[in-house]
Ligand binder design. Structure first.
Ligand SMILES: [Zn+2]
Length: 255
């Protein structure tokens, strides 16, 4: 049993495809997971910088001034955004951090953990995509360091949520994965709780306010995308976070 507080995302009544983090609204932050009912696929195209249709619709639906996402190499590069005025796809980042109001930063997931970060000083927000390769490469540490840099304050006031992903019962991996993550190596394939690994790493960096979603992309299949369950057929969901009131309800970029 995980020592971290379990907090479930809730289905947005107005938009059933969204699962939102209700309790983060108190921070002036809007965040959640889009594509949670399986009807919309947020996979990114191999090339180009323009946001595909479903992303543009999401930006408009959520009312953000701009939205950024990256093709994710499963490593530990985190992009600090300031300022961004037009929606775009980047290349090579698994995480994003910003203080910019109205900017939505996002990652794509299908089993990997979307990790949401909020720092009240600034305030600043972050999001990163964490599969085992990214965690082994140091994405948790890189994400927290980027938040410290942007906020100008130590990690202890950061609030973190590990979102909808494959759970610790469904994610069986080889001993080499346990080893790469710096965990005690089992003799045979054994399930690992990646959210728990991420939360413990964050705790070691000084973060105390950590919550973990109980939702699982594999055993709770209701519309959630899962690479492990669906293989190459799986789509991607969009985990997003934005701070403050959006500047426009039209989604039209300002430049
Ligand atoms: Zn599961």
């Amino acid at each position: 049993m995980s020592p971290f507080t379990s907090v479930a995302e809730t289905t947005d009544r107005a938009t059933p495809d969204l699962r939102i983090l209700e309790h983060w609204k108190a921070y002036g932050v809007r965040d959640g997971l889009a594509g949670a009912s399986g009807g919309v696929d947020y996979r990114l195209p191999q090339k180009g910088r323009g946001l595909p249709g479903p992303w543009a619709l999401l930006q408009a639906q959520l009312g953000w001034t701009a939205m950024v996402v990256s093709r994710q190499p499963h490593r530990a590069a985190v992009k600090v955004h300031d300022p961004v005025t037009a929606p775009r796809i980047l290349q090579g980042f698994d995480g994003h951090v910003t203080r910019q109001r109205g900017l939505c930063i996002a990652v794509t997931v299908a089993d990997c953990v979307p990790v949401y970060l909020y720092h009240p000083d600034g305030p600043s927000i972050g999001i990163f995509h964490a599969g085992w390769r990214g965690v082994a490469a140091g994405i948790v540490e890189a994400g927290v360091r980027a938040m410290e840099g942007v906020s100008g304050h130590a990690a202890e006031n950061i609030i973190m949520h590990c979102g909808v992903s494959i759970c610790g019962s469904c994610y069986e991996v080889g001993p080499e994965v346990w080893e790469a993550l710096g965990e005690p190596k089992p003799k045979t394939n054994w399930p690992i709780d990646l959210r728990d690994v991420i939360a413990r790493r964050a705790q070691n960096l000084g973060i105390t306010l950590i919550t973990v979603s109980p939702a699982c992309t594999v055993h709770e299949s209701r519309g959630l995308q899962s690479y492990r369950r669906q293989g190459a057929q799986s789509g991607r969901m969009a985990a997003y976070i934005g701070i403050g009131e959006p500047c426009t309800r039209t989604g039209t970029p300002v430049d």
